[in-house]
Ligand binder design. Structure first.
Ligand code: PLP
Length: 417
C-alpha cells in the first residue's frame, strides 16, 4: 500500500491520520514518511544489484537530520554541495567514507573541511579548483581524492533551470578536456589522487534516452582514461531520476539501470548514483489550511496559510503538485490555491480543479518531500514551517516551527543609531 492513502475517508500517512498531525502541530507543516524513504532507497539500491555500487542521497533535496539519519541507517552515502551539508551529514551519522562533494564554487574553507572529515571524494569542476584543492591538501598534509566532473553536453529534456549537462551550462568540464586535466593531476598535483569520473546532467529526468546517451559518452571517457593508465575506480552517474507529479511516466530505477548496465559494466568501475528527488520527493506532503475563500470577478481563490516561502516550486518552475483534501471528497472547485505572500507569483496551484475546501479545512500538497522545505525562506518575515516524520503508527516532530525571535536571530542594531 502507498504510504499516503485514504482509510475510511481520511488521508493517512502510513498508520497516522494527517488530521491528527495538523491539529497537534498546526499548519503549515511538512510531513515525511519513513516508509517511502526506505522503499525508494531500497528500489534504487536493488536496481544496481550485480554491480559494485553505492547510492548517495543528494542532501540538497531535503537535508533534515531525521531524513539523513533514516538513510544513514539503511547504509546510504550522500552527495553534498556545501560545507553546510557536510555539517548536516556528519551530525546525522553519515559515514564520511560515503560522502561525495560536488559544486562549481567550493571555497578554500569548504575544501579544507572536506579534507578534515576525510570524505570519499571531491567532484572537481575546473583547473582552478584542482589547483586550489592541491594547495589545501598540501597545507593539511593530506591527499585529496577526486573525480572529474565532466559535462557530456546532453539535454536532459527537463526544465531549463534544472538542466546542468548542456554544453552552455556552468557545470563540469567538457568531455574532451578531461584527459588533459587528468594528465595535469598526474604531473603537477602531488596532493591530488584522481580516482573517479562524475557527471550529473539535470533533475526531474523522465526519459531514459538522454540518461543513456550521457552515461554512454562518459563511460567512453572512463575507458579512455583507464587505457591511458589512470586508475579510475569510481564512475558517478549523478542523480536526476524524475518522479510523477502529475502525468509524467518516468522510468523506474530497474528500467533505468538495466538500460545503462552495458555501459556501466564496460567501465569495470564502482558505480555511484546521487538521487535526491527520487528518494525524498514522494516521501513528503505539505499540510496547509484554507484561511479564506475569495471570489474576484470570475476567479475563485483559496487563500492558504502556506505560500511560496514555504514551497517555492510552483512559483519558481511553474511546478505541478497534486492537492488532496484530508477528508476524501469528489467535490471540486475551479480555483487558484494561493498563499499569503505579497507577490502575484505566490501560488501553490493555479487554474485547477481543486478540492472544494471550506474555510478552515486542511489540504495536503503532495510530493513535496524534495526541494520543499529545503528551498523554504523567511520571505515576508514568515517563520518556516514545522517538519514531522511518520514511521508506521508513530510520529515525531523533526524540526520545530520557527518562532518570531528566530526571524531576527543574528541581526544587530549598531551603536550609531
Ligand atoms: C542536485 C544534484 C543531484 C540530485 O538531483 P535530483 O534531481 O534531486 O536527483 C545530484 N548530484 C548533483 C551534483 C546535484 O547537484
Amino acid at each position: 500500500m502507498e504510504e499516503f492513502h485514504y482509510e475510511g475517508d481520511e488521508l493517512y500517512c502510513e498508520g497516522v491520520p494527517l488530521r491528527e498531525i495538523a491539529e497537534s502541530r498546526g499548519t503549515p507543516v511538512y510531513v515525511y514518511s519513513h516508509g517511502t524513504l526506505e522503499r525508494r532507497y531500497r528500489e534504487l539500491d536493488e536496481a544496481f544489484s550485480g554491480l559494485d555500487h553505492m547510492v548517495c542521497y543528494a542532501v540538497k533535496a531535503n537535508g533534515n537530520l531525521a531524513v539523513l539519519r533514516a538513510l544513514a541507517a539503511l547504509g546510504a552515502g550522500v552527495d553534498i554541495v556545501s560545507a553546510g551539508e557536510l555539517y548536516r551529514a556528519v551530525r546525522a551519522g553519515i559515514d564520511p567514507k560515503r560522502i561525495v562533494f560536488a559544486g562549481v564554487g567550493k571555497t578554500e574553507k569548504e575544501l579544507s573541511l572536506g579534507l578534515g572529515e576525510r570524505i570519499l571524494m571531491f567532484n572537481v569542476e575546473s583547473d582552478s579548483e584542482l589547483e586550489r584543492l592541491d594547495y589545501c591538501a598540501r597545507r593539511h598534509g593530506k591527499t585529496a581524492r577526486v573525480a572529474l566532473r565532466v559535462n557530456p553536453a546532453v539535454d536532459p529534456e527537463s526544465h531549463p533551470h534544472i538542466a546542468t549537462g548542456l554544453a552552455e551550462s556552468k557545470f563540469g568540464i567538457p568531455l574532451d578536456e578531461a584527459l588533459r586535466l587528468a594528465r595535469r593531476v598526474r604531473e603537477e598535483f602531488r596532493h591530488v589522487e584522481l580516482l573517479g569520473v562524475h557527471q550529473h546532467i539535470g533533475s526531474q529526468i523522465t526519459k531514459i534516452s538522454p540518461y543513456v546517451e550521457s552515461v554512454e559518452k562518459t563511460a567512453g571517457l572512463v575507458r579512455e582514461l583507464r587505457d591511458s593508465g589512470f586508475d579510475i575506480r569510481y564512475f558517478n552517474i549523478g542523480g536526476g531520476l524524475g518522479i510523477c507529479y502529475r502525468d509524467e511516466s518516468p522510468p523506474n530505477p530497474r528500467e533505468l539501470v538495466d538500460a545503462l548496465r552495458p555501459a556501466l559494466e564496460s567501465t569495470g568501475a564502482t558505480i555511484l548514483c546521487e538521487m535526491g528527488r527520487y528518494i525524498a520527493g514522494e516521501a513528503g506532503v505539505l499540510l496547509t489550511r484554507v484561511l479564506y475563500r475569495k471570489q474576484s470577478g470570475e476567479k475563485t481563490f483559496l487563500v492558504a496559510d502556506a505560500g511560496m516561502n514555504d514551497l517555492l516550486r510552483p512559483s519558481l518552475y511553474d511546478a505541478y503538485h497534486e492537492v488532496k483534501p484530508l477528508r476524501e471528497s469528489t467535490a471540486t472547485v475551479h480555483a487558484d490555491l494561493v498563499g499569503p505572500v505579497c507577490e502575484s507569483g505566490d501560488y501553490l496551484a493555479r487554474d485547477r480543479d481543486l478540492p472544494d475546501a471550506a474555510e478552515g479545512e486542511v489540504l495536503a500538497v503532495m510530493s513535496a518531500g524534495a526541494y520543499g522545505f529545503a528551498m523554504a525562506s523567511n520571505y515576508n518575515s514568515r517563520p518556516r514551517p514545522a517538519e514531522v516524520m511518520v514511521r508506521s503508527d508513530r510520529w515525531a516532530l523533526v524540526r520545530e516551527r520557527e518562532h518570531y525571535p528566530d526571524l531576527v536571530k543574528g541581526e544587530l542594531i549598531p551603536a550609531f543609531l
